[in-house]
Write a protein that binds this ligand. Structure first.
Ligand code: KG4
Ligand code: ZN
Length: 362
């Protein structure tokens, strides 16, 4: 079957067309991304130092139709979808008014565009239903509902976190599997004993990993999103240290919160607070004032990585995990990826699955 899927949970608008068949547990399984169009709003939110929900909402409403068109054209290059004949899509304006509610402009653009289209070769519409930013999610849901209505095909609500987990398809998942989800909004360890069976065995008690990266970056006056910036500085510091033999200054060491706790929960706000105090010269912090932002970036990345590795691999031991999946925006971090790969190599029976780089974002 072919599924048109829509995602608007945060600051990326995405429309993709997937073709899948067979049972993912067997060799009959086939899964292909036929078309994939994505628009990142980072440029619009950057000036505010973070994602502004109402701005995200407006951008989604503006971009969904053009992205739909792009995705359809890349999935079905032979198909003429714009029609001027009497084969026009039968638009039920009354029902659409109900679906779009107060989103008048979005509704009018939808009607203007879809009246001239024939139905593409798709069997269902999928949409992220949450978790995410409420106003942003709502634009994707409205659009998906409207498409499901005009094409008269089923609507499939999808959990955002489940999307990150299954972004490793069509790679084969052996069970029990463990997913570590690390993004700007979430840090979770999810145990999967089979497809569609999820048990959250651990999660952050305060900040998400990506959020901590972004907040520390802000303390260092680095632009949003902070993750890639911190990681760039940390790499510079590692390079520098590999050339130096001795340091005479006291070491800059951050805490590793909950690293030895028996559960699988995380806490990152303590690391962030430690950074904040160390940057205030008169705060009485026992961590020395850092000589450069690079020092903070490297130690922060080290601390976060150590905690993630410790917790994840303890869960792998305890549940006898066969597949480790890592998803979410933070897996773009090269140091974290490399650390997980090196650790996973020590386990003969463990397979590490990461999404294709294009599918790491929302
Ligand atoms: O999954 P995602 O695209 O959006 C959601 O939050 O759902 O993740 C975005 C997060 C941001 O906090 C961003 O700073 C972080 O992923 N990120 C990184 C890197 N690239 C993106 N964090 C650390 N290192 C990176 N290279
Ligand atoms: Zn996400």
């Amino acid at each position: 079957m072919k599924i048109l899927s829509i995602e608007t949970s945060c600051d990326e608008t995405a429309v993709a067309i997937l073709e899948c068949s067979g049972d993912p547990r067997t060799d009959t399984f086939s899964f292909k991304v036929l078309g994939n169009s994505l628009h990142s709003q980072i440029g619009s939110h950057e000036q505010f130092g973070g994602v502004v929900p109402m701005l995200a909402k407006r951008e989604h409403a503006k971009n969904l139709i053009p992205l739909f068109k792009q995705a359809i054209v890349s999935a079905f290059p032979e198909t003429v979808i714009e029609q001027t004949s009497d084969k026009k899509t039968n638009i039920g304006v009354e029902k659409l008014s109900e679906i779009f509610g107060r989103e008048e402009e979005f509704k009018n653009n939808f009607i203007a565009y879809f009246t001239n289209l024939t139905k593409p070769d798709i069997d269902a519409i999928a949409v992220t239903q949450g978790p995410g930013l409420e106003p942003a999610l709502w634009m994707g849901i409205i659009f998906a509902k409207a498409l499901s209505f005009v094409y008269n095909i089923p609507l499939i609500p999808v959990n955002h976190m489940e999307g990150h987990i299954l972004s490793v398809l069509p790679q084969k998942i052996s069970f029990p599997a463990l997913a570590l989800l690390i993004s700007g909004g979430h840090t979770e360890l999810v145990l999967m004993r089979d497809f569609l069976q999820y048990e959250v065995i651990g999660q952050t008690r305060d900040d998400a990993v990506g959020e901590a990266f972004d907040k520390v970056a802000r303390m260092l006056d680095l632009p949003y999103p902070g993750g890639p910036q911190i990681s760039r500085l940390a790499e510079l510091q590692r390079d520098e240290l590999s050339r130096k033999t001795q340091t005479s200054t006291p070491e800059y060491i951050l805490p590793r919160p909950m690293i030895n706790s028996k559960d699988f929960d995380f806490s990152f706000s303590g690391i962030k607070t430690a950074v904040l105090y160390s940057l205030k010269k008169d705060s009485g912090s026992h961590i020395p004032y850092p000589e450069s932002p690079q020092i903070v970036a490297k130690e922060f990345e080290d601390a976060v990585t150590e905690v993630l590795i410790a917790k994840t691999f303890r869960a792998i031991d305890e549940y006898n995990i066969k597949t480790l999946i890592i998803g979410g925006g933070v897996i773009s971090n090269e140091y974290i990826r490399k650390s997980f790969s090196e650790h996973a190599e020590k386990y003969a029976e463990l397979k590490l699955l990461l999404p294709d780089p294009l599918l790491r974002t929302d």
